[in-house]
Design a protein around this ligand. Structure first.
Ligand code: ATP
Length: 720
């Protein structure tokens, strides 16, 4: 026995020793990786590409507003370990910056030190090896050369975090349904297959995965593979100010810039998106630090035009030249147009990255572009990747779009000699836009046209609204200014709401004649991730008939638009409403003594509400369905939602429900100790004795939550 033991201790000593050597080796690898990552992340380029020339990330990084949201489809069946996180966010909202800050904090030893290796892999760079075959291990060696020493077995024991930044930029087709299964980090395959296997957990099942994407491309990852969804939503008002304070060391300048931005409503709204803050900072700094100040940019077009001018001026200041920096020379214009052509042609194909061949095809000499990009770097940047091939892209998609628009505008107006003023062409465009904005077009298109008219500073829309307001129709005193835009449909309103998403909490749409297109637009707004609305009052008065028609005994429309909306799962899934008032009280007061009661929400609506409550889609805490003739069957359907453990409802109003049995009480689950109902208003419900019995027993068994009980206008008698 002893001999055996003695024999066995020798190899274990050796393995312990080699373990220690290996561990210190690995520690070195990790430290080396941290240093390399720190070097890569500590400077931000914001358009410049020369190494080390950028600003320090920590100097300008401003906290972003990030929320956690979970789509309906995300697997919530089991409480499980969070392995795959998907972060959504619109263009320029700060996803890459967040990844960079996260990586830097880790590399500097400040945060998330439980993770052994943070491995950022930009999708844009992965595209460059799309046609190559790799194993996961060799892929890491290519993208993180400091990790050359790591071996396959290290990957399986370490806690790894892979970050795939910019899924929207990837040119891969991720076939999640049909692909080769790979579980070995040395097995060679296409990059796409490696990615899919990593995300699905076949490859390195304990590795953490963080994917960032613009919302439109996020669908590529099946919801079943995602454990958590977060969303970068940009800057709050105070974060906007913080951004400008950090950016300018001159306190007086930052104060003036902040107050200018606050004074310009549209600019202030645009600064919700950090990339606009950056463009605005460049433009306003230039305008405020030179003697001749122009008018503050009011529209996006103004802002981008100024931005381009500022860049061109910088180029001239740096390289000199005979002409005054402010003047746009023929050569400047030509270069802008060539860039415009490149922007347009690639936008059409959905490309945001270009190679030197693409530049040449548009008449751009690569060396000229490198000079240009070396100077006017804020417009055009050359990706310095670890590969030989250079990738070019505009610093932001919106710049590409703007240049594409400039190019198109020029193409259609090039017969004119001067570029600055084309009153006739502009009038023609305006007329076409207005003509196109007819009844038949989709609400989205309509909003787009409205934006175009605003960008073109067309006053007629504004005037029409003013005239409409003067007519005094249907606009209530004290409504927020956005409501002034209401007309037959909510076009104006919806776009205004979209552009002012962060402040509006309560929207009262009672007494408005919402027609289908308007309702559709409104729903679009409610589903907008930026919509912070908490309370919607949609009192059922849209069918309010004119008194004359009542006299003639006319029937009103049976299907209110609200009902259509309620039946849309998407609506429930994405909106964040906590209170919903769908009472038809106003309609009722108009229709006393008439058949109008019959126009309220139907059983179908109850089904929709119930299924939303059941499936954990809605955030509803308060629901007011009073004065709708839901009938027993409707209430029964509603109850199926109320019984669900997912239902978060705290207040329910069902005034004037003619319920004569105990159905509603047992249905409400009021007897269930899990029921969270705090307020129950049962005014004028013709409560029967049976109902009272059920109520009493519910109160006995569920005393902890119910705080308010309204039984008025019921003929409850004291039992002898
Ligand atoms: N947290 C932040 N602090 C300061 N500036 C920021 C921040 N986030 C973003 N920015 C500014 O906005 C620009 C765009 O940000 P970023 O590249 O991170 O956006 P994105 O969401 O990755 O956009 P895209 O989808 O277009 O790739 C940055 O270059 C920077 O100027």
């Amino acid at each position: 026995m002893d001999e055996d033991r003695a024999e066995s201790t020798v190899p274990s000593c050796v393995s312990l020793k080699s373990d220690l050597v290996q561990r210190s080796d690995l520690q070195e690898v990790i430290e080396g990786h941290k240093m390399s990552l720190k070097r890569r992340c500590e400077h931000v380029t914001e358009g410049t590409h020369e190494a080390g020339s950028g600003t320090l990330l920590n100097k300008i990084y401003t906290e972003l507003y990030i929320t956690e949201g979970q789509s309906e489809e995300v697997d919530t069946q089991h409480e499980r370990h969070i392995r795959v996180v998907l972060t959504n966010g619109v263009a320029g909202v700060g996803k890459t910056f967040s990844v960079q800050k996260f990586s830097l904090d880790w590399a500097e030893g400040l945060e998330n030190q439980d993770i052994s290796l943070v491995l950022p892999l930009s999708c844009r760079e992965l595209n460059l090896i799309r046609d190559e075959q790799h194993s996961l291990l060799s892929l890491l060696h290519v993208f993180h050369p400091t990790l050359q020493k790591i071996r396959a077995e290290d990957l399986t024991v370490w806690k790894l975090l892979f970050i795939f930044d910019g899924l929207d930029e990837s040119r891969f087709s991720l076939g999640f349904n049909k692909h080769q299964v790979i579980s070995d980090v040395t097995q060679v395959s296409s990059v796409e297959v490696l990615l899919v296997n990593l995300i699905q957990g076949n490859l390195l099942p304990s590795a953490l995965i963080w994917i960032t994407s613009r919302p439109a491309a996020a669908y590529q990852i099946p919801p079943s593979c995602v454990d958590r969804i977060t969303e970068v939503r940009g800057f709050t008002d105070s974060q906007k100010e913080e951004y400008f304070r950090r950016r300018f060391s001159d306190e007086d300048l930052s104060k003036r810039i902040i107050s200018h931005i606050k004074a310009s409503r549209s600019l202030h709204i645009m600064c919700l998106i950090p990339v606009f803050c950056w463009i605005t900072a460049i433009v306003l700094e230039d305008m405020m630090t030179r003697d001749q100040r122009g008018e503050l940019p009011q529209t996006l077009t103004d802002l981008y035009s100024h931005f381009l001018r500022v860049q061109i001026k910088r180029k001239k200041q740096k390289y000199g030249g005979k002409q005054r920096p402010e003047e746009l020379t023929e050569a400047d214009k030509e270069l802008l147009l060539k860039l415009g052509r490149l922007a347009f042609e690639h936008l059409e194909k959905g490309n945001i990255m270009f190679y030197s061949e693409d530049l040449e095809r548009c008449g751009l000499d690569v060396s000229e572009v490198s000079v240009y990009s070396g100077v006017c770097t804020e417009i055009f940047k050359r990706e310095s990747v670890i590969f030989q091939k250079s990738v070019y892209c505009f610093v932001h998609l919106s710049i590409q779009e703007f240049l594409a628009a400039v190019y198109m505008f020029h193409r259609y107006t090039r017969k004119d000699t001067a570029r600055n003023s084309h009153p006739e062409t502009i009038q023609k465009v305006l007329n076409n836009l207005k003509e196109e904005n007819s009844d038949g077009i989709s609400p989205d298109r309509s909003i787009n046209i409205f934006h175009c008219l605003m960008e073109m500073k067309d006053q007629s829309v504004h005037q029409e609204i003013q005239e409409f307001l003067k007519s005094g129709e249907e606009i209530r005193e004290g409504d927020c200014w956005e409501l002034q835009f209401i007309r037959d449909q909510l076009c104006s309103l919806a776009s205004a709401l979209r552009s002012n998403p962060s402040h509006l909490r309560v929207l009262d749409l009672s007494q408005n004649q919402l027609k289908d297109p308007g309702v559709k637009l409104l729903c679009g707004f409610l589903q907008d991730p930026l919509c912070e609305l908490e309370t919607l009052r949609w009192l059922h008065s849209s069918q309010k008939p004119k008194p004359a028609s009542l006299l003639k005994g006319q029937q009103v429309e049976q299907k209110p638009p609200a009902e259509k909306v309620l039946s849309e799962r998407k609506w429930w899934r994405t909106m964040k409403l906590a209170k919903l008032h769908l009472s038809s009280r106003d309609g009722l007061s108009w229709s006393c003594g008439t058949s109008l009661l019959g126009c309220s929400l139907s059983e179908t609506s109850c089904d929709s509400v119930a299924s939303a409550l059941k499936s954990n889609l809605s955030h509803l805490r308060v629901l007011d369905l009073s004065y709708n003739q839901l009938q027993d069957s409707g209430v029964k359907r509603l109850c199926s939602g109320l019984e669900s453990p997912n239902c978060k409802l705290e207040r329910l109003r069902l005034e004037l429900q003619l319920i004569r049995d105990q159905l509603w009480l047992s249905g409400l689950g009021a007897e269930d100790p899990n029921c969270r109902l705090e307020t129950l208003r049962l005014r004028c419900c013709s409560l029967s004795e049976i109902s009272c019995g059920s109520l009493a027993s519910a109160l006995r068994s569920n005393p902890s939550h119910l705080r308010e009980l309204d039984l008025s206008l019921n003929q409850l008698r004291i039992q002898e």
